[in-house]
Design a binder for this molecule. Structure first.
Ligand code: NAD
Length: 303
């Protein structure tokens, strides 16, 4: 099978000055893409800024014979980042929404700034960059988008009410863009990575940080954004060279006629029984509700 090349493609990787984003940027360039290396160059908590992080990665790419340009704007100004792609390379094909910060603090001690900065970088950032790329994607009938979520957004995480909310939001974002983009050959998926980086080095022991190489996540991102990949609207997970997918399942549940809080309590075991749980595709939920309503109607008619 042919290797996955990106010749002629223009890829924007946000937050590509370090960690996961850097490994994606280096690999895209190695595979022939022209890369916009975006990084604000601040600290892990969303303060300060510098040009050095993006510049370093661009220099690495160029030294290896690849093509890349730096962009230092915060992801909340997505139009400037996309403009860098257009000005330098005339198009944009892939957006990897990867930039991120942490402001971990228990909910009781969380400030508005902790909440707002996280929402701005993760949610507004992904929105803003993808929104600016969208008209180009639509016009050329081609686009690939990755939005970086987190296990924190799926399962919750102590001290991360702000971050887990934003990361869960990005799952909805990725899934809805998948539905809207499909007819234009724009595919959008969410990624849940686990890797040692400056975001995880304060939480994990140093030997684990060293072992969880960002390079072990990278192959999934490259595959998902290749023109040959038609996966759309899914959540994928990668870490330590393990790759998988995450889906939501809903219990079969129970119809309770003339429901009262007491009847809900008394049927709790059946309501929450996951034995016959199933996964739903977009649109199926409403169909399912219709089936339930007609089941109720026919029951009424038969009594
Ligand atoms: P990292 O800190 O090494 O990389 C994030 C990069 O984003 C940094 O280089 C930073 O300068 C840049 N950045 C921050 N704010 C920015 C802004 N406003 N505009 C542009 N760039 C900005 O961390 P990482 O672990 O490589 O994280 C990458 C992504 O993966 C993040 O979205 C993070 O939340 C997510 N994630 C990481 C893990 C993990 O295990 N490392 C787990 C789940 C999710």
């Amino acid at each position: 099978m042919a290797s996955l090349r990106f010749d002629g493609r223009v890829v924007i990787v946000t937050g590509a000055g370090g960690g996961l984003g850097r490994t994606y940027a280096l690999e895209y360039a190695k595979r022939g893409a022209k890369v916009v290396v975006n990084d604000l160059g601040g600290d892990a908590h969303g303060t300060a800024a510098s040009t050095s992080m993006a510049d370093k990665v661009v220099a690495e790419i160029k030294k290896a014979g690849g093509e890349a340009v730096a962009n230092y704007d915060s992801v909340e100004f997505g139009d400037k980042i996309v403009q860098t792609a257009i000005n330098n390379y005339g198009r944009v094909d892939v957006v990897v929404n990867n930039a991120g910060i942490l402001r971990d603090v228990s909910f009781g001690n969380m400030t508005d700034l902790d909440w707002d900065l996280i929402a701005t970088v993760h949610l507004k950032g992904a929105y803003s960059v993808t929104k600016a790329a969208w008209p180009y994607f639509r016009k050329q009938k081609y686009g690939r988008v990755i939005s970086t979520a987190s296990n924190s957004g799926v399962y919750g995480s102590f001290g991360q009410a702000n971050y887990s909310t934003a990361k869960a939001g990005l799952i909805g974002f990725a899934k809805t863009l998948a539905l809207e983009g499909q007819k234009y050959n724009i595919f959008s998926n969410a990624l849940i990575p686990t890797a040692g980086s400056r975001l995880t080095e304060t939480i994990l022991p140093s030997e684990i940080v060293a072992a969880l190489k960002p390079e072990y996540v990278m192959p999934l991102v490259i595959f998902l954004t290749h023109e040959s990949c038609t996966e759309n609207g899914q959540i994928y997970e990668a870490g330590a060279e393990w790759f998988g997918t995450v889906e939501f399942y809903r219990s079969a549940g129970k119809i309770i006629e003339n429901a009262t809080p007491e009847k809900v309590r008394d049927n709790w075991a059946q309501i929450t029984d996951m034995k016959n749980a199933r996964n739903f595709k977009p649109g199926e939920i409403m169909e399912y509700m219709m089936t339930i309503m007609s089941e109720k109607e026919s029951k009424k008619e038969n009594t």
